[in-house]
Design a protein around this ligand. Structure first.
Ligand code: ASP
Length: 454
């Protein structure tokens, strides 16, 4: 049987009603046999995510402060979900005692301790949800990442799955054949048997790893939005929903502005070309957005317009720069030596610009960069600019379409947007424009109107 992996995010597991919705989703398709759960997120009356409460309690424990009120809040969150669902009190109590036990474990390695406590959110939720399904006679089984061998590196708080992890997890397929597997997201175990979490939002990655492991027919990622839109709904009114896009297009869209999936979640899926479908727990009828390795060429050439602010540029001007060997390399090694990453590096005959995410800079870093450029590269001029927004036109079809750049530039100029930089990577999957941050909304609307409104 071709099983589906279904991952439900924090907002989809935040109330009893949402849990009931998950049950009806599982009942609708009997191939939905591998379920990954996040910890409960925000819900009406609860404006803090369980994961954040756990982080708070771990910090209090590390500071030797009283954490009992925070623990009580976490228990109440779970009780508000599972009591109305009829999970017996004694079963609940037994599972909640896990939190106290974890908080009393050794604290000599802070990050390790934090991961042990913080992962309790998904772990408890998955145990209780499996209990709930069993009270409904749905034959579910909680599977621990330890028993399943989800082995990760020991970078606590930012663990990575080991390369061969999917192979080790293959036995899950056998369990899926008999039962509905309920698997906690967000963490795995190191080779020494210690809990280590992925970075925030990491349950997406767990879902992707399981999809690879069981050769899933599809990886369904359930959240509270219908899917991916061609532009951000906060910027463009009623943008169209994208029915299908490729992994590469999604990567380009989420590089700036689109918060779609955890960045690392696509890697395990890409290897086996497993489609990902983003779906809305609150709108089951909507088919969501499908992310695939290839899409039909006759579908839209351009799939979306993404944007994001908070970038800055350093531009170096030097006569005969084009003849000076190693100028580009030296420019970028200065950035690397300061432990910074760069986004783009457009260049002209006698000038080169480096575009950086300005959130990684401190005031003194800017001066240090300028000084290093000046001393090591002796340019005639160094110009800095802050508050740049990047606007990106994305689509696999760009490669064979003539005149997109011209059409985009015309749309931007007609709406009075000054283009500071253009970057079209050689993959020709996106064209990125650097503009003044104050023009971001205007620019996105201009491009959306030019390419999406017929
Ligand atoms: N609960 C974790 C977080 O809030 C992981 C997840 O939901 O994916 O980041």
């Amino acid at each position: 049987m071709d099983f589906l992996v279904c991952k439900f995010g924090g907002s989809s597991v935040a109330t009893s009603e949402k849990m009931k919705k998950i049950v009806s989703i599982l009942k609708k398709n009997k191939n939905r046999r591998c379920v990954v759960l996040s910890a409960p997120g925000k819900a009406p009356g609860f404006n803090v995510k369980v994961t954040d409460l756990l982080i708070e309690s771990a910090q209090k424990a590390l500071n030797d402060q009283d954490y009992s009120a925070t623990i009580q809040e976490i228990r109440s969150r779970f009780m508000a979900i599972y009591e109305p669902l009829g999970v017996p009190d004694d079963v609940q109590e037994q599972i909640y005692s896990e939190i106290d036990k974890r908080l009393q474990s050794p604290k000599d390695h802070e990050a390790k301790f934090r991961d042990l406590v913080v992962s309790a959110g998904e772990d408890i939720n998955s145990k209780l949800f499996a209990q709930y399904l069993n009270t409904l006679g749905m034959n579910a089984q909680y599977v621990s990442p330890k028993d399943a061998s989800l082995i990760v590196t020991d970078q606590f708080g930012d663990a990575q799955p080991l390369d061969e992890v999917a192979m080790r997890l293959a036995s899950l397929k056998r369990i899926c054949a008999e039962k509905i597997v309920i698997f906690p997201g967000f963490f795995g175990y190191t080779e020494k048997g210690e809990v280590a979490t992925f970075s925030r939002g990491g349950s997406d990655l767990t879902g992707a790893i399981l999809a690879e492991a069981i050769d899933a027919a599809e990886y369904e990622n359930w959240t509270d939005v219908d899917g991916i839109f061609s532009a951000h709904p906060g910027i463009v009114d009623n943008p169209s929903q994208i029915s299908a896009l490729t992994y590469k297009e999604m990567r380009e869209l989420s590089y700036i502005g689109f918060n779609v999936l955890h960045e690392e979640a696509v890697k395990p899926i890409m290897k086996k070309k497993i489609p990902i479908r983003l779906r809305n727990t609150n709108n089951i009828e909507n088919k969501g957005t499908l992310i695939v390795s290839e899409r039909l060429p006759n579908e839209r050439d351009i799939i979306g317009v993404a944007s994001g602010g908070g970038y800055c540029s350093f531009t170096l001007q030097k006569f005969l720069m084009n003849r000076e060997k190693g100028f580009g390399r030296k420019t970028l090694s200065i950035i690397e030596d300061m432990d910074l990453s760069y986004e783009h590096c457009p260049s002209g005959v006698d000038n080169i610009s480096v575009i950086l995410d300005q959130t990684q800079l401190k005031a003194e870093t800017v001066n240090n960069i300028i000084r290093a450029f000046d001393e090591q590269l002796t340019p005639e001029e160094i110009k800095t600019e802050f508050g740049i927004a990047l606007v990106s036109l994305v689509g696999e079809g760009l490669i064979h379409k003539i005149g997109v750049l011209g059409q985009a530039a015309t749309a931007l100029s007609e709406s009075g947007v000054n283009i500071k930089m253009v970057n079209q990577g050689s993959s020709e999957i996106s064209i990125i424009f650097g503009i003044d941050a104050s023009d971001e909304k205007k620019a996105v609307n201009a491009l959306y109107n030019a390419f999406f409104i017929e």
